[in-house]
Design a protein around this ligand. Structure first.
Ligand SMILES: Cc1cc2nc3c(=O)[nH]c(=O)nc-3n(C[C@H](O)[C@H](O)[C@H](O)COP(=O)(O)OP(=O)(O)OC[C@H]3O[C@@H](n4cnc5c(N)ncnc54)[C@H](O)[C@@H]3O)c2cc1C
Length: 544
């Protein structure tokens, strides 16, 4: 399956071309570090590009202060990883192991150079992505999440980090292994996130963690953007790439993590160009990197709660936050790409058990809870089918519960055939869940079947039963169909298929009425809508 970057171990090391080094020297300045001097500390913002002229820079274990990796950066190599594009936080302590001379270039000047020299940009981004992949796979980063794995608040933080591709290591306080006990002593057994050895965030939430790690960007609400893209699923990310490449000043606001629903799919097999499949997170993460390269900015996790139209025709989006902490972002055009969210089942103790045995996505995060149990997946669509296939690798057995008598109308036939042939999966047709059991954690599920009531002991239930559009934040500014999906194109008298009835508001992807609910169509719509937005913005300039 495709990955976010190449494998650093097997990647051929290619020095930067002489002309590129010269260009970097022109915008940077030389600096020397004495042997043993720290070049970058954990928690520092990544705002400098460092190219090594002479000497060596090593990664240091922050606990022992010893060298952590065998390999180090030498002459012709450069420091940094993909977070540099977004002025992220540095997760590693880097130190000169001998007297070292480098060229240091401010981040903004370096990004400007990269946008002018695509070959240089490709080279740097390839290396940066491979380094992030390595950090992610080896949990090299210095972010530690401490808490009980079964605590929904801890799961939410881990899901946020994992879906945003932030390298972290989790310590399960229930597990009581040696490594965990050592870190637990440090925290007094409260859930927390630790950066490095001594910076601690207690009672963490995704928003607090984002601020702590410098991901919740300074959104600069003083200026008016050309385009505000609300929702960072495949549609929004595709629009972010095209908006950046067409020179629009665009900002994406995402409530949880870039990737949207696709980010909850462990394997997308029908997206063109990836014959061995790609995880939704990796696909959209690649898009995010591409968009960042073109200058589009991302803000997350922030939710748009309301939208207002100003007298001059521009829009202001009001973001979530405490009363004193409410931010507003304004733009001349708005792209609605907020997709859909899973429906809930009308079951009595559902809310109490969400995150405690009841889940709405099936990724590695949730699969951890299936090793000792039979898993139940509810739903007859592709997402339920994929979840069943994926979970069958870890769960003792998977039960797919389908309300209708067949999967033919709702699921792709390749998936149906695989499910029917898999001995680790049982499909229960004409069956519905009627009760959930358990107090702190799910212990079982009752079904009604054509033969009467039945019961399965399970500690992992996955609900995937269709979805409702995320449109409440639109504050009635656009028309929707009877199910709440946004109406566009001829349905509201517009020539452009993605324009809503309100000048300056466009909609793409799953949230749009009549769209095909697939990754490829969301990406396609997000890509092509930008030329229509560009024309609209241009007409505003001509009017002024
Ligand atoms: C488990 C699963 C597996 C799937 N597998 C496949 C597959 O194999 N192939 C395929 O083609 N399709 C698949 N799909 C469908 C596909 O993922 C969707 O069609 C696609 O993600 C839609 O993209 P989108 O950008 O329109 O919306 P979404 O992916 O829903 O993204 C919308 C984003 O908007 C954000 N958002 C919502 N409200 C707000 C707000 N008020 N403020 C800020 N942000 C907000 C959400 O957090 C979300 O990230 C799958 C879906 C699921 C759930």
């Amino acid at each position: 399956m495709e990955q976010i970057g190449q494998d650093l171990e097997t990647m051929r090391r290619v020095p930067l071309a002489d002309a590129h080094v010269e260009a970097i020297c022109e915008i940077g300045s030389e600096r020397s570090y004495a042997a043993g001097e720290v070049v970058a500390e954990i928690g520092d913002p990544m705002d400098t590009f460092i190219y090594v002229l002479e000497g060596e820079i090593e990664v240091v274990n922050p606990y022992t202060n010893e060298r952590m990796l065998e390999s180090a950066l030498g002459p012709t190599q450069f420091m940094g990883e993909i977070g540099f594009l977004n002025r992220g936080t540095n997760y590693l302590r880097m130190r000169a192991s001998v007297d070292t001379r480098v060229i240091e270039t401010p981040r903004t000047a370096m990004l400007d150079l990269m946008s002018r020299v695509p070959e240089l940009s490709d080279h740097i981004i390839t290396v940066f992505s491979a380094r992030r992949r390595k950090q992610f796979e080896m949990s090299h980063g210095s972010v530690k999440v401490i808490g009980a794995d079964r605590d929904p608040a801890v799961q939410e933080v881990e899901r946020f980090l994992s879906r945003n591709r932030i390298p972290f290591k989790s310590y399960d306080m229930d597990a009581r292994d040696e490594a965990t006990n050592k870190v637990c002593d440090l925290t007094g057994h409260e859930p927390s996130v630790i950066l490095g050895t001594d910076t601690k965030l207690e009672d963490p939430t995704p928003r607090k963690v984002a601020q702590f790690l410098n991901l919740d960007l300074d959104i600069c609400s003083q200026r008016t953007f050309d385009l505000l893209i609300v929702g960072g699923g495949p549609a929004g990310v595709a629009a972010a790439v095209y908006a950046g490449s067409e020179g629009l000043d665009a900002l994406v606001i995402e409530d949880m993590a870039v990737g949207g629903q696709a980010g909850t799919s462990s394997r997308i097999e029908n997206y063109m160009g990836f014959p061995t499949g790609i995880s939704g997170t990796d696909l959209t993460y690649r898009g995010q990197i591409q968009a960042l390269k073109f200058g589009t900015r991302f803000v997350m996790p922030r939710r748009v709660n309301a939208l207002e139209r100003r007298e001059d025709g521009s829009f202001c989006a009001r973001l979530d936050g405490d009363d004193e902490d409410i931010d507003e972002i304004c733009a001349n055009a708005v792209l609605v790409s907020t997709g859909v969210q899973y429906r809930r089942l009308p079951l009595e103790n559902l809310r109490e058990l969400e995150g405690s045995g009841v889940f709405y996505s099936a990724t590695e995060m949730e699969a951890r809870f299936c090793g000792q149990t039979e898993a139940v997946v509810i739903g007859g669509g592709n997402s339920a089918g994929q979840a069943a296939m994926f979970l069958s690798r870890t769960a003792k057995h998977v039960h797919l519960v389908v309300r209708s008598g067949s999967l033919a109308a709702s699921m792709s036939s390749y998936l149906t055939s695989r499910l029917e042939a898999d001995p680790r999966i049982t499909i229960h047709y004409n069956t519905q869940v009627t009760a959930l059991h358990g107090e702190d954690w799910l212990t079982g599920v009752t079904f009604s079947t054509p033969d009467g009531e039945s019961h399965i002991d399970t500690t992992a239930l996955f609900i995937m039963i269709g979805a409702a559009p995320n449109t409440e934040w639109l504050s009635g500014l656009v028309e929707t169909d009877e199910k709440g999906f946004v109406l566009t194109g001829s349905a509201v008298g517009r020539e452009s298929p993605f324009e809503t009835g309100t000048d300056g508001i466009f909609a793409v992807g799953d949230v749009r009425s009549g769209s095909v609910k697939r990754v490829a169509s969301a990406v396609g719509e997000g890509s092509v809508v930008v030329s229509q937005i560009w024309t609209y913005l241009d007409s505003l300039k001509n009017r002024a």
